[in-house]
Design a protein around this ligand. Structure first.
Ligand SMILES: CSCC[C@H](NC=O)C(=O)N[C@@H](C)C(=O)N[C@@H](CO)C(=O)O
Ligand SMILES: [Fe+2]
Length: 222
């Protein structure tokens, strides 16, 4: 498979309870989440750096399932590129492969920092392991494509989501080295899904009304 990134950037290595029916529709969530994502409040915290304590974790990592509040918390930027960060990345790949994922964001394992990992092949030892720290999105294509997405924080739920086909990204690698990359196809899709997690946005908020209506019965809150 052709490489997406230069080799130095590759990393080697239900809910029971009450139904969401009590809540009129996802715009309730959008209203709540977008109010906490107003430009001033959210960008200020995005500029805040994580402390060593913010990056502390216990292995094995566990995936936070919706509606875990960690999925909605602000995610701080990473400024320390040490062995702890490398270990966190390794553990994120471990749990991603174990749960049949192709991408994972740090808030999904309860660590509220700007970090994501992905491998479009989803198999250890195959494809590319990509690690993005403090990513920023540059250009996106006007052309958008539909893909039937699933999210590790919503086991068993899938739905069509339309997203730009192409994105240009600036980020840091696990060693803190800055780089830019242009992605299209599945890598661009995974990146955008994970980038949304870093903004506290969940995939059902990107679904068209009729798609959301088809899955809303499965979104249950404890
Ligand atoms: C298309 S972006 C999906 C990214 C997601 N990561 C975090 O939530 C993820 O890995 N979801 C899985 C359900 C997934 O897409 N798994 C693959 C391989 O099993 C699939 O095609 O279902
Ligand atoms: Fe997800």
């Amino acid at each position: 498979m052709a490489s997406i990134l230069p080799s130095h950037l590759l990393h080697h290595h239900h809910l029971r309870c009450s139904a969401l029916a009590a809540i009129p529709n996802r715009f309730f969530y959008l209203t709540l989440s977008s109010s906490s994502r107003t430009k001033s409040a959210f960008s200020a915290s995005q500029n805040e750096f994580a402390s060593l304590g913010d990056l502390e974790f216990e292995a094995p990592l566990k995936i936070a399932k919706y509606p875990d509040p960690k999925l909605r918390k602000k995610n701080k930027r990473i400024g320390t590129f040490d062995d702890n960060l490398k270990k966190l990345v390794d553990e994120m790949f471990d749990v991603m492969y174990e749960t049949d994922g192709i991408g994972l964001s740090a808030p999904q394992v309860g660590i509220n920092v700007q970090l994501m990992v992905f491998n479009p092949v989803g198999e250890r030892g195959e494809g590319e392991e990509i690690v993005l720290v403090n990513p920023r999105v540059g250009k996106r294509s006007l052309n958008r494509t539909i893909y039937n997405e699933g999210c590790l924080s919503f086991p068993g739920i899938r739905g069509d989501v339309k997203r730009p086909e192409y994105v240009k990204i600036d980020a840091l690698d696990v060693k803190g080295k800055r780089f830019s990359v242009s992605l299209s196809g599945l890598p661009a899709r995974i990146f955008q899904h994970e980038f949304d997690h870093l903004q506290g946005i969940l995939f059902f908020e990107r679904m068209a009304d009729e798609v959301f209506d088809s899955i809303r019965g499965q979104l249950q809150v404890c």
